[in-house]
Design a binder for this molecule. Structure first.
Ligand code: DQA
Length: 140
């Protein structure tokens, strides 16, 4: 099984950025733990702060992998271009958020990408990504 994790803007600063909300662990460290937990799954990782690069990545991997785990960061709340990109591809996309966006500012309550995704996991810290792997395993 092959899964692509795609992290959007500002998620390169996990561990540094607002640790009270996003925790104090960097994503690279977490990725080691996640890969160790799933030795039979090939988990690829990509991060970009640029909307078009996220779209290019979705197009690149979205026809031949078993799943995409997408944390689109703030693009979640307004990028119709990302919504369309997810709709373009055949690989199921699970939307994830580290924080519980529904407990936060109102602008975070809306996701324009959820309607194109297989499902949404939010609010479990970095464990949201592991839960998304579990969801994709069940879908296979
Ligand atoms: C986030 C929530 C978004 O509202 C925010 O813009 C992020 C991270 C999360 O993982 O909790 O960058 O997607």
């Amino acid at each position: 099984m092959r899964i692509q994790i795609i992290n959007g803007p500002n998620l390169n600063l996990l561990g540094v950025r607002e640790p009270g909300i996003y925790g104090d662990k960097g994503f690279d460290e977490y990725l080691h733990t996640l890969r160790d937990a799933y030795p039979d799954i090939r988990i690829e990782y990509y991060q970009s702060n640029v909307e078009g690069e996220l779209i290019n990545k979705i197009h690149e991997v979205g026809f031949n992998l078993d799943g995409i785990i997408l944390n689109a960061g703030a693009y979640t709340h307004y990028s119709w271009a990302l919504t369309d990109a997810i709709k373009c591809v055949s690989t199921p996309v699970v939307e994830v958020h580290i924080s519980n966006v529904h407990k936060r500012e109102e602008f975070r309550h809306q996701s324009v990408i959820s309607c194109a995704c297989a499902g949404v996991i939010c609010g479990f810290g970095l464990d949201s990504y592991r839960l998304a792997v579990e969801a994709l395993k069940q879908m296979k």
